[in-house]
Design a protein around this ligand. Structure first.
Ligand code: AHR
Length: 870
């Protein structure tokens, strides 16, 4: 197919603001104009006469490259109908990188994975010579690509230009399949010219001839999208108008105890990520902030110049780095005079309880020998001493000093200081590192453990699994920021802390050992998620395309295998022995391992994921591998991720979607169509209903409850699910909404928390068929009622969950033949409130229940009925 070389400017355009339905009078084919709206993506317009154009006002493709905000730009998309019948889109990413971008689609609606061929990555010196310019190596960017198919060569020729200062040079290369690319050579401007045209009012792009049927499909799709968007944007605030006609409802819940199916008994779990200070300054009970003096301005991407080795400390000390405590912990504090001290203010202050015991410790050494008398002291916000301890530091090698401090009175903003009282016998300075204050009261009294109130509120969810350490933290901001589990185990002073992708610092005090112990303490399966050899798709450095070099992948695969040995291996195995040395000789019985987190499914990803998956399955066939299918409920990553999972036989894939309340209301059938026979099951690893303003209120919580009744119904394909994110510290939130907010003294579960808790506590492993029959002709109202009936084999209890997301009450008669086997007393828990209520809490009562009993569901409510077997 030849590219139509159209006149550069088509004049006389008339643009309609909305996509217009195609009229019967249009000819068999129409013209299609593909263009960009700024750098937002690929847009289309159509015309029957090449004079009057109708813009479809829909983005058909957008760019996935690089971080949100500054990148993900689609510059100058060039569309081509390929020899293979597919549409190919090429575009430039930015004016810097030596890459082009490509994606293909069979129908302009569904786009396959994007690739970013490094066509200018070849020796830029060679390119410079070829161009005959003095600035050899200067050309690297790839701008405004065009493409044509060369029949004789059976290959596509890509042509683009590159700029270096004021110079411009043209380049081209060939590809037969948009997977492998031939050598880049210089070419003439005339090779590039003529393939792009401009349409007034729309912009630059390419014109194609398409059958009218194709246009009809495109417009139908856009109308479908508009219809779906309208549904998804429905809000409770409009209910008084939308449901003005509704009277209180009557109906029945008919349950059939003879029809049941097995569902996952690991359905409800938690997603834990150190986002919004969930770990450091949160669940991890350490009170000293920046205890190892490793904070760096780069942790905040340079935004906070005070975020350095001195952060959270005050006093007359300097930072040293000669002969550090460990190569992985290179900085420490130096006090070089008697009276010099340093004071830590903790994470927004330290909460100290009178009479409680706190383990205080630090490492110290005297560079020149001699001895130093040191004092640690706890003070309140007014500087009053609450407790103190003294030490004699001796010797030029690092040694740990520790004592127990018991505050005489309480403080909400306590501080810890370390003072050099004297330098003696030739000592000129004393160095200190890993200055720690740890409450002895931790969750389950674990040393180096968790803040008890936060840990308890998590435990109260009754999670059957814990996914950690993220989220984006797991795959990190660029290759050198991936979460490498081996850096997070062993002695605290040797753990290699690093930047948190959420722009602060990860101490790794809460590392893999602590995560596994926490799971054990709360009776949850650990689900560690390791990078799939690629960093976060939104990485600022190198982006998704920067996978671990293939030459290092064998080592990386081994790192993944080592984790399984560390968790499950006998204490005599090399890695199992480290677990035993840490205090856990018995295996952790790891069953699941996640590989990747909502990564873009690219060739780079696929190659690495496949290597890891095959290696894990070869060595540990019983370990269930959780793969990933991108950040959305549809689109190329979702499609390609599922396709890859099917080809490899991945056990479970991790779906993510943060959507509007309306999406959850109108997608309760999302999993009904999933293949029951497929090997691959679903882990809905991140989801939340996001109302505008991101509040966690009755509206968001009840839409989640409604959706969860459908997830329970699909508990034969959905093996696990977890709301995200879990924790957020007030004043430090990177993300809203979250399930549990907290500060140093309070834990504030949200309304959504109680929905998760009710599903977690009242879970079952058998799903019983039920029908909610309500006299209601309004489909929108009907979509706002949900029911799920499960039985828990362990307790033999019957659990009925009912959601009423309507402004009117619903009175239901319970009908079931076998109901006489339960009760007659039942536990009834109701969560209800106005849609914007953020403080609603469940209320509990005992009720009498039998066949024919009547139950009232209040407006905007979630009700759980639990019946014991007689
Ligand atoms: O839950 C917050 C973030 O959302 C996670 O880190 C990431 O996986 C997702 O994009």
């Amino acid at each position: 197919m030849k590219i139509a070389r159209l006149p550069l400017i088509l004049t006389g355009c008339l643009l309609f603001s909305l996509a217009q339905p195609v009229r019967a009078a249009v000819p068999d084919s129409v013209s299609l104009f593909a263009y960009a709206d700024g750098d937002k993506g690929l847009y289309l317009a159509w015309s029957t006469d090449d004079l009057h154009w109708t813009a479809m006002n829909h983005r058909f493709l957008s760019c996935d490259y690089g971080p949100w905000g500054s990148e993900k730009r689609m510059n100058h998309p060039f569309l081509l109908r390929g020899h293979d019948g597919r549409w190919h889109c090429l575009w430039s990413l930015n004016d810097r990188d030596p890459l082009l971008a490509h994606a293909a689609s069979p129908d302009l609606i569904n786009w396959k994975r994007q690739s970013y061929p490094g066509v200018m990555q070849a020796s830029s010196e060679a390119i410079g010579h070829a161009v005959g310019l003095p600035q050899t190596g200067a050309f690297s960017n790839c701008l405004m690509p065009v493409c044509r198919y060369l029949d004789d060569e059976q290959a596509y020729e890509l042509v683009w230009f590159s700029t270096a200062g004021a110079d411009t040079a043209y380049f081209k290369c060939r590809t037969a399949d948009f997977k492998t690319y031939g050598e880049t050579v210089s070419c003439r401007r005339s090779d590039w010219e003529g393939a792009i045209c401009r349409i007034e009012g729309l912009g630059q792009g390419t014109v194609h001839r398409i059958p009218t049927e194709t246009l009809q499909r495109l417009t139908d799709y856009i109308h479908g999208e508009a219809y779906r968007n309208a549904l998804h944007n429905e809000r409770c605030a409009d209910d008084p108008v939308r449901f003005a006609h509704l009277q209180p409802l009557q109906g029945e819940l008919r349950m059939d105890f003879r029809q049941e199916k097995a569902i996952s008994d690991h359905l409800m779990g938690i997603f834990f990520e150190d986002i919004s200070h969930a770990a450091d300054g949160g669940l991890y009970a350490e009170l000293v902030q920046n205890r190892s003096f490793e904070y760096q301005v780069a942790d905040t991407k340079g935004r906070n110049k005070n975020w350095n080795a001195r952060y959270a400390w005050q006093g007359n000390f300097s930072i040293g780095s000669e002969q550090p405590l460990a190569p992985t912990n290179p900085h420490y504090a130096v006090l070089d005079a008697a009276g010099a001290s340093l004071t830590n203010s903790g994470y927004d202050g330290m909460v100290l309880t009178a009479g409680d015991r706190y383990d205080c410790s630090f490492f110290a050494r005297l560079e020149q020998g001699g001895r130093a008398r040191m004092e640690v002291r706890l003070t309140d916000e007014n500087g009053h001493a609450l407790a103190s301890g003294r030490f004699i530091v001796k010797g030029s090698s690092w040694k740990k000093y520790a004592c127990t401090l018991t505050p005489s009175s309480a403080a909400e903003k306590g501080q810890l200081s370390l003072t050099c009282l004297s330098l003696e016998d030739g000592a000129a300075s004393v160095s200190a590192d890993m200055i720690s204050l740890f409450p002895q009261k931790t969750f389950k009294n674990r040393p180096n453990g968790m803040r008890p109130d936060l840990a308890q509120v998590i435990a109260d969810l009754h999670p059957r699994f814990v996914r950690f350490p993220g989220g984006c933290v797991a795959h990190g901001d660029g290759l050198d920021n991936m979460y490498r589990w081996k850096n997070t185990i062993g002695p605290l002073e040797r753990r290699q802390a690093q930047r948190n992708i959420w722009n602060y610092h990860q101490s790794y005090g809460l590392g893999y050992y602590e995560y596994f112990c926490f799971c054990e303490d709360i009776g949850a399966e650990p689900l560690p998620v390791l990078p799939a050899g690629v960093p976060c798709q939104n990485s600022a450095h190198g982006g998704q395309q920067g996978g671990i070099p293939m030459s290092e992948m064998d080592d990386y695969v081994q790192e993944v295998l080592d984790l399984i040995e560390w968790a499950n291996g006998d204490a005599r195995t090399p890695w199992g022995s480290l677990r035993a040395a840490a205090g856990h000789p018995k295996p952790f019985h790891l069953k699941y391992i996640g590989i990747g987190n909502e990564d873009l499914i690219t060739d780079v990803f696929e190659e690495r994921f496949t290597m890891i998956f095959n290696a894990v399955k070869a060595k540990y066939p019983d370990i269930k591998v959780v793969g990933t299918v991108g950040p959305f409920y549809r689109g190329s990553d979702y499609e390609e991720g599922w396709d890859l999972a099917g080809r490899l036989g991945v056990d479970i894939v991790d779906e993510h979607y943060y959507n509007s309340p309306g999406w959850f209301i109108y997608n309760q059938n999302f999993y009904d169509a999933y293949d029951r026979d497929a090997k691959t099951k679903v882990y809905l690893g991140e989801y939340a209903s996001h109302v505008p303003g991101k509040a966690n209120n009755i509206e968001s919580a009840l839409t989640e409850a409604l959706y969860l009744t459908a997830v329970e119904r699909n508990g034969d394909v959905v093996e696990m699910c977890s709301y995200a994110p879990l924790l957020a510290k007030e004043g430090h939130t990177n993300w809203n909404p979250d399930l549990i907010y907290f500060n140093n003294t309070e834990v504030k579960p949200t309304v959504g928390y109680y929905v998760q808790q009710l599903f977690g506590v009242h879970s079952g492993d058998r799903y019983l068929t039920s029908q909610l029959n309500v006299h209601l002709s309004d489909a929108k109202a009907r979509a706002r009622l949900g029911a799920s009936v499960v039985r828990d084999s362990r307790s033999s209890d019957l659990i009925v969950k009912l959601v009423n997301l309507l402004p009117v009450a619903a009175t239901l008669t319970l009908q079931a033949d076998g109901l006489a086997a339960y009760g007659p007393t039942a536990q009834k828990i109701t969560l209800s409130g106005q849609p914007d209520d953020r403080t609603a809490r469940p209320t509990e009562s005992d009720i009498e229940i039998g066949n024919g009993s009547v139950l009232e569901l209040p407006p905007y409510s979630f009700t759980v009925i639990r019946l014991h077997e007689k």
